[in-house]
Design a protein. Structure first.
Length: 119
């Protein structure tokens, strides 16, 4: 039973502390008195924020459009300047020719004289 009484006392002290916190908050941040200009001023603040975000949104859309147009122009320029030519040889023939070219690097030029000239 003492345990239940301690929990009740603790709850009471927590509630008291919370009430004191709320009272301090109300004192620090009093409610503004509503006036006849409350709603017009509120709408003016909202419209100012919307206008600011509209300006940045318009700027962002324009930059994205310009980047997309520039990308398209660059892609077109690259595709026109590098027209790919299809090889007439097969892949195996190209590899064989390349292998033959590489094997020539290992040979040195040799001068052969006829046997009659050597006597």
């Amino acid at each position: 039973m003492d345990h239940d009484k301690m929990d009740h006392d603790k709850m009471g002290s927590d509630d008291t502390r919370l009430d004191a916190l709320f009272a301090a908050y109300r004192d620090a941040c009093p409610d503004p008195e509503p006036s006849a200009n409350f709603m017009p001023l509120l709408w003016q603040k909202i419209e100012t924020r919307e206008h600011t975000s509209t300006v940045f949104g318009r700027l962002a859309r324009n930059l994205v459009t310009a980047a997309l147009a520039l990308s398209g122009i660059l892609a077109l320029a690259v595709s026109l300047s590098h027209s790919p030519t299809l090889p007439t040889e097969s892949y195996v023939e190209v590899l064989a020719e390349d292998q033959a070219r590489e094997s020539l690097d290992y040979f040195e030029p040799v001068h052969i004289e006829p046997a009659a000239d050597q006597r």
